[in-house]
Design a protein around this ligand. Structure first.
Ligand code: FES
Ligand SMILES: [Fe+2]
Length: 410
């Protein structure tokens, strides 16, 4: 395949149908996806509480790139490409750890945590250390979330975060800590993984836990965000009544929908949980300290998408954060992070099992259906099929993706 073939293929894709097989299987397209889609987005890859002490670091690996995210002095957090400026060796080889100095394992050039070079043995007299700092990766911390952008020319972060800002801020994530983190390695293309995340058509057959916490009318109308399903008069009524109650409490209501195609694919909304549920637990009862600006339980749910690769699904007392990392044509790393108030103690202020119950079970079920989907899509008999009224979110994601890919080829 070359770019001309790909442009023709993009043109052939039908609205309200799934994509042609090559989009889920072709390595040439996958490499372009990384370069032209993932690398251009601001993506959150962790929370500051993962690296609380001076020298704590973790690696974020994507495609051929490896980024060292490390805490330095005065609460500064740096992101460096994990590539030695001498002859290119990876410097940090462990996924996470603590380092007071970044020493290359090959010839022992050493770097300070800010990326500047500390020492380089036996170099010529005219070697100028200041020219050989580690290459920086774009990084911004927002509400404790560590966002990176692998583009040489990143979009302005403030513009990017502005529409979802108030929704994230309300939950006080800057004053939170990671209660649990888990990977769900999924044998499916990143687009199949996200297709599944962008529709709730499958929720009724696949997710009894999700359906126990969320109202059936919400699932139809809003399951994958506002404007992603058919309108439900019943849910509209429920939402209006809840909005009135919540506004009286001084809490946030409302939604943000991207009005037209642009660089970003963001969304945010606050909606009520199923009647009688306070939070996303089996009993529906609160399990942890209230977070952020909540004065009391409003029994609501905040769903935020900052890019296709990240979602924040937040109750009043905990938040579940998703990062989708494309690994290869047929493999995606799904990472979930559960955040609670930083002063909350496990066993005393919150129960981990109850907190992770719903999204753990739901993500395990999603992993299975995505893998079954990928296997079927590989067949010589696979053809794109028609989408339902409950898959508008998938169509939105798909057309955003195709347009971006197409623009990057011109
Ligand atoms: S490659 Fe790093 S010191 Fe030589
Ligand atoms: Fe699902």
């Amino acid at each position: 395949m070359n770019n001309v073939d790909l442009k023709n293929l993009i043109k052939k894709q039908k609205k309200n149908y799934s994509l042609d097989q090559s989009f889920y299987t072709d390595d040439y397209i996958f490499q372009l996806d990384l370069k032209n889609i993932f690398f251009k987005q601001w993506v959150f890859v962790g929370h500051i509480s993962r690296i609380p002490n001076y020298g704590d670091y973790f690696l974020f690996n994507i495609g051929k790139e490896s980024i060292i995210i490390i805490r330095g002095n005065n609460n500064s957090i740096y992101a460096h490409y994990n590539v030695c400026r001498h002859r290119g060796s990876h410097i940090c080889l462990e996924e996470e750890g603590n380092k007071k100095l970044l020493i290359c394992p090959y010839h022992a050039w050493s770097y300070n945590l800010d990326g500047s070079i500390k020492s380089a043995r036996m170099m010529e007299e005219n070697f100028n250390k200041t020219e050989w700092s580690l290459n920086k990766c774009n990084i911004r911390i927002f509400e404790g979330l560590i966002f990176i952008n692998l583009s040489d020319n990143p979009n302005n972060f403030d513009d990017f975060i502005s529409p979802t800002k108030k929704f994230i801020e309300f939950h006080g994530l800057a004053d939170a800590k990671i209660a649990h983190r888990q990977f769900y390695p999924t044998d499916g293309n990143w687009k199949l993984t996200l297709d599944n995340f962008h529709e709730c058509y499958h929720c009724q057959p696949a997710h009894p836990e999700y359906c126990a916490v969320h109202d059936s009318e919400y699932i139809i109308a809003y399951g994958a965000g506002s404007n992603t399903g058919p309108t439900s008069k019943k849910f509209e009524k429920m939402l209006n009544e809840w909005n009135a109650k919540v506004e009286k409490m001084g809490h946030l209501t409302g939604e943000y929908v991207e009005s037209e195609f642009n660089d970003y694919s963001r969304s945010a909304e606050r909606t009520p949980l199923r009647e009688g549920k306070y939070t996303e637990t089996k009993s529906g009862k609160p399990i942890a300290k209230l977070m952020g600006k909540f004065k009391d339980y409003d029994c609501g749910y905040t769903s935020v998408g900052t890019s296709p690769f990240n979602s924040l699904l937040m109750c009043n007392d905990f938040a579940t954060l998703f990062t989708f990392i494309p690994v290869s044509t047929k493999h995606t790393k799904v990472e979930l992070m559960w955040l609670v108030h930083k002063d909350a103690e496990e066993g005393k202020d919150y129960s981990l099992d109850e907190m992770i119950w719903m999204w753990d079970a739901t993500t395990i079920a999603d992993k299975k259906i995505i893998e079954d989907n990928q296997r079927g899509v590989l067949s010589k008999e696979y053809r794109p099929g028609p989408l339902s009224k409950m898959e508008k979110g998938l169509e939105k994601f798909k057309s955003w993706y195709l347009k971006h890919l197409d623009l990057s080829l011109s």
